[in-house]
Ligand binder design. Structure first.
Ligand code: PLP
Length: 393
């Protein structure tokens, strides 16, 4: 009998963003000088003060299992930072579940909140894994599309039009991967109020919140009218250049945290012990944390500005990113012969010009491509020049 995947994974698609990076790495291994603007991974080293803490934890013998939900001091510091965002409502460490990356925190949340036939609204373009994780819970991701003129941001009216009696929740991600859009306090409040009126869950992915160029990106914790149906996820990957350490967390109502912990107890147990100690150090030293984030944001800003200048001078249609580290670029108008111009363009760009970018189809907007500027500045600018030379629109 040939292998037949189970119904659990029958619809599952491998991560397109990871696939691009894998292809870029393979081409590099074959001797090609590929510029990888596909990966959403800061090119900075993990800060020295975090590495030192990891060494110390290793020397102290922190090599055993921890509580499934994570070591208490890490949950305490996460809770303290979260409480500061919502004056008057102390968030308890019992509300926090530490996981192997924000990705696992999101998966735990989707699997815990949503089930067969539930509909979940996903502002689109949206990060590729949201659609798949919702599908793994046998729920249905419902894309809610904004317009490029409005930076693809969505409004309460967009949500209401897409909702049905089966709608159970919505995912928010500000700053947004892939557009770099940042919702204002007023915009987020309006979305949160709409969700609260309808009794929907909000799953707010705030992994890029520290990487914001103009104004501080508000957290849902500081704008939501209530937190009874709110889960906020975050992690150290992007703001502390700690992608490989795999530490993220969810902040949820305690009864939800308990179920997510039980789920995690049967899947991965605790996140890596040394990595938890490293994340604890990253967050605990507030001034070192601030300096790390400020230095990265300042470098990202310079890359963004220089890349935007080139793109604007060439008349390329691009969303002005106000946070995160991506440029979302229009690759061409879809037509019957070329239904996914972003995919066609990304393929040509890699094969003919040695530049890896992610096709917008991964984010359910096939006319676009995502270009990461979390790569050295000269490579970002060279990559952008090659995009301009070969662009379709
Ligand atoms: N959420 C978004 C929007 C992301 O872009 C990513 C990584 O690319 C993640 C979550 C996953 O983060 P982590 O590395 O902490 O699992």
């Amino acid at each position: 009998m040939p292998f037949q995947p189970s119904d659990n994974v029958a619809q599952l698609r491998a991560s397109a963003t990871i696939a691009v990076s894998a292809r870029a790495k393979a081409l590099r291994a074959a001797g090609r000088q590929v510029i990888d603007l596909g990966a959403g991974e800061p090119d900075f080293p993990t800060p020295a003060y975090v590495m030192d803490a990891a060494h110390r934890a290793l020397e102290a013998g922190s090599t055993r299992y921890t509580q499934v939900e994570g070591i208490l001091p890490l949950r305490e510091v996460v809770a303290e930072r979260a409480s500061a965002l919502r004056p008057g409502a102390a968030i308890d460490p019992g509300s926090i579940v530490v996981s192997a990356g924000t990705k696992q925190a999101l998966f735990n949340a989707c699997f815990t909140l949503f089930g067969a036939g539930d509909e979940v609204l996903v502002p689109t373009p949206g990060w590729t894994s949201y659609y798949e994780m919702i599908g793994l819970a046998r729920a249905i991701p419902v894309p809610v599309c904004g317009s490029p003129e409005g930076e693809f941001k969505i409004t309460p009216d967009d949500l209401r039009s897409a909702a049905t009696s089966r709608t159970r929740g919505l995912i928010l991600n500000s700053p947004c991967n892939p557009t770099g859009a940042v919702y204002s306090r007023a915009e987020l409040t309006a979305l949160a109020e709409c969700a609260s009126e309808r009794g929907w869950w909000i799953l707010s992915d705030e992994i890029y919140r520290q990487i914001s160029y103009e104004v501080e990106a508000p957290s849902l914790l500081s704008v939501a009218p209530d937190v009874e149906r709110l889960i906020v996820v975050d992690g150290v990957a992007k703001s502390f250049a700690m992608t490989g350490w795999r530490i993220g967390w969810a902040i949820a109502p305690p009864e939800v945290s308990r179920v997510m912990t039980a789920l995690q107890s049967h899947t991965t147990s605790n996140a890596g012990t040394i990595a938890q100690h490293a994340a604890l150090a990253a967050l605990s030293d507030a001034s070192a944390a601030r300096a790390t984030v400020d230095a990265m944001v300042s470098e990202f800003r310079q890359r963004r500005d220089a890349a935007l200048e080139l793109l604007r001078a060439a008349g390329v249609k691009v969303i002005d990113p106000r946070g995160a580290f991506y440029l979302y670029i229009h690759a061409g108008q879809a037509n019957p012969d070329n239904p996914a111009p972003g995919t066609t363009f990304a393929r040509r760009l890699l094969e003919e010009a040695d530049v890896a970018v992610v096709p917008g189809a991964a984010f359910r907007t096939p006319e676009w491509i995502r270009v990461s500027y979390a790569a050295p500045r000269d490579q970002v600018l060279e990559g952008v020049r090659r995009i301009i030379e070969r662009r379709i629109s």
